[in-house]
Design a protein around this ligand. Structure first.
Ligand code: C5P
Length: 237
């Protein structure tokens, strides 16, 4: 089944409290897919996930887990029991940890009758530059080569998708093929401020490049009329 433009947009709940999150949900009723990140999850707790489920929203739980295999598996299993749709782990946790995370998420979801989440691997944070990769982290590869290696590692470990910058879509598709689910932040319509995102692409261009889902925050959430901004982006896609 092909997804509509609205189904492919994930709006981040980048707010500090459950009250603020609910206010944002109320302002954009047409948005069906929402991202809960570290700030909201740590401040509001897992009840915010129940709030989203009770409104029939899809959930991207973006907690970017990174730990030893046993701990990563436990955390992914616990997250899967909430019935979230997407869940992030850091690819540099390594193959054993990624395999354990994937298996634990599936087993835990099945045990409670939930659909297993798609795990998404974070390769290299888009806030890191080629310079920091080379001089701080001492990674002896070009940034895109390293991203490709980590995406392949995640795929070989049974992980279903990756979070990546729109600029990395082509390179990842080249080595991982078309089945990996690619979720891209760093997306800006031409009429929106770039903010702190460095290398941006428009929603239409990101989809044409091969993204499956787009995380679009401030162009929607900071607009004078968020519902209208959401609708305008859907039209442009
Ligand atoms: O407001 P904006 O559209 O920049 O929001 C993008 C969202 O995607 C934020 O929640 C941000 O934390 C998240 N994100 C990102 N870059 C990544 C991973 C996540 O911008 N590499």
């Amino acid at each position: 089944m092909s997804l509509s433009a609205a189904d492919r947009i994930i709006v981040p709940l980048d707010v500090p409290s459950a009250e603020d999150a609910i206010a944002l949900l109320d302002r954009i009723p047409a948005a069906s897919f929402w991202k809960v990140g570290l700030e909201l999850f740590v401040s509001a707790g897992p009840e915010i996930l129940q709030t989203l489920k009770s409104r029939n929203k899809k959930i991207f739980l973006d907690l970017k887990f990174h730990d030893i295999p046993n701990t990563l598996a436990g955390a992914c299993g616990a997250a899967a029991r909430y019935g979230v749709d997407f869940l992030t782990v850091h690819a540099p946790a390594g193959k054993v940890a990624l395999e354990a995370a994937q298996q634990a998420a599936v087993a835990a979801a099945v045990a409670v009758g939930q659909e297993p989440p798609t795990l998404l691997a974070v390769t290299v944070l888009t806030s890191l530059s080629s310079r920091s990769l080379a001089f701080e982290l001492k990674i002896p590869l070009e940034l895109l080569d390293y991203v490709q290696q980590l995406a392949l590692l995640a795929q070989d470990s049974g992980i279903g998708g990756c979070v990546c910058s729109p600029q990395e879509i082509g390179g990842i598709r080249q080595v991982c093929g078309k089945d990996l689910v690619l979720v891209c932040p760093g997306v800006r319509p031409t009429w929106a401020a770039q903010g702190d995102q460095q290398r941006v692409m428009t929603p239409g261009a990101a989809l044409r490049a091969g993204a499956n889902y787009l995380v679009i925050g401030r162009p929607i959430t900071q607009a004078a009329d968020p519902a209208a901004a959401f609708a305008r982006i859907c039209d442009e896609m």
